[in-house]
Write a protein that binds this ligand. Structure first.
Ligand code: FAD
Length: 787
């Protein structure tokens, strides 16, 4: 048990103190610069709407836990949560379809939800004009949190177990001793600590800076106003009884305050602020700017004509945090061990985040997968103040938008390009973005290949941000071969006398002698799969590791102290090309003679490359890695050699569809730490002998789930991921990723299912915009995998 200082007594700090002390960590001190518990941060003036439905199952899970917890909490007889339900309405056909999709998100997360017609919506909400809406989504368990009360109630419980809450203590510095956090300096003295958690809300970047830690969030002001008494609500006996209401087509939401209505708007111009600017005002709220609220009021009168008898009485431009991807920031800083962050958390997710943080601190890992929220998920270029500001503002603007899963990021772009970009542009590449990198999705130059295809029609939604050219590129890969830009994939060099032992201890793989290349897993202590990696032994003491973005951090944290292992992420200075397909061997053989077993260094067209035998798309072939400076020559060499074999340059969409046909799961999408190797179907990557992190836990795992492989029965049907899967109409799992299978001519999907429902031949349905789509569990989703 450590001494913990939590900076911030908002809803997050209070919830964390409660969760920590409940787990026996009672030496907890929560400091706030303001008074307790209306401390002056975002929680002090949040109206507390809790809508649980979210495309992210992680966030939906956090919200569901928050609801369950706050519903059982009261302070001096006053409830901390009113379960009035949540209603989202549609005023456009596009939104109506989106609500059906969101119904699927709720179902996949185990949240009860129902689609309603306009009359049913109006019956639920007294002010709503049924003629103004096309339908709605009702979640009966949503409701209203009382953030300050809920904070204080959790703080009292924590205090009862020994926690201290200190008002008017401003943290002015983070102390360090021998590379670890050792306490905090405040304007009223030093507080020693083994662990410091930054739960400082939109002050997070400032507190982070005291520790040398980048906390990538942008504070933005958001308007919230209250009307005067509304005649239609006259005589209201409780604070709120109608469901909380969202009118996303106009970026608006509503809740009752007795006989008044509260109106929140995201429709106004973005108002980025600095924490110090906001803190200069009472309660850290910027003054209300009525001119920015005019449109919100006009639109509110259309949706809720009963408001005509009243007007806006008061309002705030309240400030809270937006991250580049809209997700919270959680975890321990790499820069300063012992310094943790729980930032950019809505009231909605507060208790769920606090529970996961407490599990992480006390047990060493959260029980659920929180990788989407990991503090270290951004690359360096994504941490620049300009990037954080632009993306944070974009998140504010888009907060209620209908966002297509394949929609390309608007900006800032381009940030990182591979050395092949000029050639890709010549081929008419349509670029997507991934963690700051430009990635070709498909190439217009391959359009003639697509003209020969006879594909089933796609619906308007799934046809967006997609092209049949990707199918043509995938088929060409299966028939002849394809070149894929692998530059954005994370590459790590592990070297030194301890390197082999280190990789044996930290991964499930064994690369054996020099030249070996194997797929391996990174497991958590509980046996959950927290990474899928490729290990290549290039020398007795030298390895190249193909990894996921979060794995660098994991490797670094586990490095031995004795200096026997050196680790270097080489992604930025190097590049990679995937050369896969039945002709791949011939193409490479015409240029070099790599060791057919696996990893080797050789020269290709005069370029020194590391060549690795891999088959993620189910075709034999190679990855070729080299210095970024040599990349263009490597690309040109392979293109020239591939020409007589009919090799194509192929994009990310072709890659994804091929890997799904081959049944290759992607970590973070199909596999997370919530699955063990058996559940993920990856036990072949677990070596039989010797110890490694997570091995001890494997024997005790019950393998309750399976990553199942599905094909859709109707060749014209499509799903895209995150949809619920049903057996006999009952929701039992969800799709993790899906694509049209270019070889088998129908959609293929990976899905989490209960183990006893995942046997091949099992008939299931998948919700697609509210309609059931028939699918079947198959042993292999597509093609025989050739290595
Ligand atoms: P805060 O509540 O801001 O707490 C951080 C605390 O840290 C503050 O009390 C501050 O004083 C303290 N602190 C900072 N720096 C220091 C320091 N150096 N030393 C000591 N103490 C320090 N969310 C929802 O889920 N539903 C909603 O309906 C909703 N509506 C909102 C409406 C408005 C107008 C606003 C502004 C926000 C809304 N939010 C809503 C967002 C939500 O309020 C925040 O995301 C949440 O309250 C953040 O909680 P927190 O504990 O992280 O931060």
């Amino acid at each position: 048990m450590g001494r913990v200082v939590v900076i911030g007594a908002g809803i997050v700090g209070c919830a964390l103190a409660d969760e920590l002390t409940q787990r026996g960590w009672t030496e907890v001190t929560v400091l706030d610069q303001g008074p307790l518990f209306a401390a002056g941060g975002s929680s002090s003036h949040a109206p507390g709407l809790v809508f649980q439905t979210n495309p992210s199952r992680t966030l939906a899970g956090f919200a569901a836990y928050t609801v369950g917890k706050l519903r059982g909490l009261a302070l001096d007889g006053q409830p901390c949560f009113r379960q009035v339900g949540g209603l989202e309405v549609a005023t456009t056909p596009e939104r109506l379809a989106e609500l059906a999709r969101r119904h699927g998100f709720a179902t996949a997360a185990g949240i009860d939800a129902r689609l309603l017609d306009p009359a049913e919506c109006a019956r639920l909400h007294p002010l709503l004009d049924p003629g103004a809406v096309l339908g709605g989504l009702h979640v009966p368990t949503d409701g209203l949190a009382a953030p300050v009360r809920a904070g204080e109630a959790q703080a009292r419980r924590a205090s009862g177990r020994g926690a201290r809450f200190l008002a008017r203590h401003t943290v002015t510095g983070i102390a360090q001793d021998r590379g670890r956090v050792s306490g905090v300096h405040t304007d009223r003295g030093f507080v020693p600590a083994d662990v410091v958690v930054c739960a400082a809300g939109f002050w997070g970047p400032d507190v982070g800076a005291m520790a040398g830690v980048t906390v990538p969030l942008q504070p933005l002001a958001h308007q919230y106003a209250r009307t005067g008494p509304v005649p239609a609500l006259a005589g209201a006996v409780s604070e709120a009884s109608a469901p909380i209401l969202r009118h996303q087509d106009q970026d608006l939401y509503y809740r009752e305050h007795g006989d008044r209505l509260g109106i929140g708007s995201y429709g106004h111009r973005p108002m980025p602020v600095r924490a110090a600017e906001a803190a200069a005002h009472a309660d850290s709220c910027l003054p209300f700017t009525p001119e920015d609220f005019a449109e919100a009021w006009k639109q509110s009168l259309v949706l809720l004509p009963g408001l005509a008898g009243t007007e806006v009485a008061d309002g705030i431009n309240g400030v809270f945090s937006f991250t580049p991807d809209g997700m919270p920031l959680m975890g321990e800083s790499r820069e300063l061990p012992g310094f943790w962050v729980a930032e950019a958390v809505w009231v909605t997710h507060s208790a769920g985040v606090a529970r996961a943080m407490a599990e992480w601190l006390v047990e060493g890992q959260p029980r659920t997968d929180v990788s989407e929220c990991d503090l270290h998920r951004f690359t360096d270029v994504q941490l620049s103040p300009e990037y954080v500001a632009e993306r944070g503002i974009a998140q504010f603007v888009q907060v209620y938008d209908v966002v297509h899963p394949l929609a390309p990021l608007a900006g800032p772009r381009p940030l990182r390009v591979s050395p092949f970009v000029a050639r890709q542009q010549e081929l008419g590449a349509v670029f997507g973005e991934s963690r700051g990198w430009e990635r070709p999705l498909w190439f217009a130059a391959n359009a003639p290949l697509a003209a020969e295809l006879d594909l089933p029609p796609r619906d308007a939604w799934s046809a967006r941000h997609w092209s049949p050219i990707a199918v043509a590129e995938a088929r060409a890969t299966r028939e002849r071969g394809g070149l894929y830009d692998l530059t954005p994939q994370t590459r790590i060099e592990v070297a030194g006398p301890g390197a082999a032992g280190f990789l044996r201890e930290l991964t499930t793989g064994d690369v054996g002698p020099v030249g070996g290349v194997v797929d391996a897993l990174l497991l958590r202590a509980d046996g959950g799969v927290r990474g899928i990696v490729t290990l290549a032994r290039l020398g007795e003491q030298l390895f190249q590791v193909g990894a996921g973005p979060l794995d660098v951090d994991w490797f670094r944290r586990h490095l031995p102290d004795d200096g026997s292992v050196q680790l270097r992420e080489t992604t930025a200075g190097t590049c990679g090309i995937g050369l896969w397909g039945p002709r791949a061997d011939e193409v490479l053989a015409s240029l070099a003679a790599p060791d057919a077993r696996g990893g080797a260094r050789c020269s290709v067209g005069g370029v020194p490359v590391t060549v690795l035998r891999t088959a993620p798309v189910g075709e034999p072939g190679w990855e070729l890695h080299t210095d970024a400076a040599c990349g263009l020559r490597l690309w040109d060499t392979l293109r020239a050699a591939g020409e007589e074999h009919g090799l194509v340059a192929a994009g990310q969409h072709a890659y994804d569809s091929l890997r799904l046909e081959a049944g290759t799961p992607a970590w973070g999408l199909d596999v997370t730490a919530e699955l063990d190797p058996v559940e993920a179907g990856l036990q072949a990557a677990v070596r039989a002998d010797g110890g490694f992190l997570g091995r001890a836990a494997l024997a005790g795992r019950r393998h309750e789930r399976r990553l199942a492989r599905l094909t859709l029965d109707d060749p014209a049907a499509i799903v895209m991921g995150r949809e619920p899967v049903r057996v006999d109409g009952r929701p039992v799992g969800h799709v993790t990723s899906a694509a049209f299978g270019p070889t088998i001519g129908r959609a293929v999907a990976l899905a989490w299912l209960p183990a006893d429902l995942a046997e091949p031949g099992r008939a299931v349905t998948i919700d697609w915009f509210g309609q059931p789509v028939a699918a079947t569990v198959v042993r292999e989703p597509g093609v025989p995998v050739r290595r």
